[in-house]
Design a protein. Structure first.
Length: 140
């Protein structure tokens, strides 16, 4: 009977060890899952912020382009630069003459580290402003 009692105690000690290792393994897996979920959330937030800033920068670039068009409407001979600061961003524009009534407007919107740019080509000014193209550009 002595051996039998020793075997029961030994097996009880082993089952405690197995339980402890199992709890530690399950805990490690749980921590890994929690860290992954947190990192995915942070990454998603950064992506969402960049997307929002990109849309704001594009709106600012278009706003400055509209401001440049208003300058041309106010003064047919207008060429030059301008800028605006709206909300969290800024924008700037440049109007250059291509001869006659042709003009090119380059406009840039900046929000944080995001930059969006547009280029507008005007082929006539009077009696109305004729826009040949209005497109986003990678660089100018």
């Amino acid at each position: 009977m002595l051996f039998h009692d020793f075997a029961k105690k030994y097996n009880r000690k082993n089952s405690g060890f197995v339980t402890l290792v199992s709890v530690l393994a399950i805990g490690a897996i749980g921590v890994a899952i929690a860290v992954s979920v947190i990192l995915l959330g942070v990454s998603s937030s950064r992506t969402s912020l960049a997307f929002q800033q990109s849309n704001q920068a594009m709106a600012l670039a278009n706003t400055c382009a509209e401001e440049a068009l208003q300058e041309i409407r106010d003064s047919i001979l207008f060429t030059g630069n301008g800028n605006l600061s709206i909300g969290e961003g800024t924008c700037s524009y440049t109007v250059t003459s291509q001869g006659g009534e042709s003009r090119t407007i380059t406009s840039r919107g900046d929000v944080g580290t995001i930059v969006r740019k547009v280029e507008i080509v005007i082929n006539s000014i009077t009696p109305t402003i004729g826009i040949a193209s209005w497109q986003e550009v990678a660089d100018f």
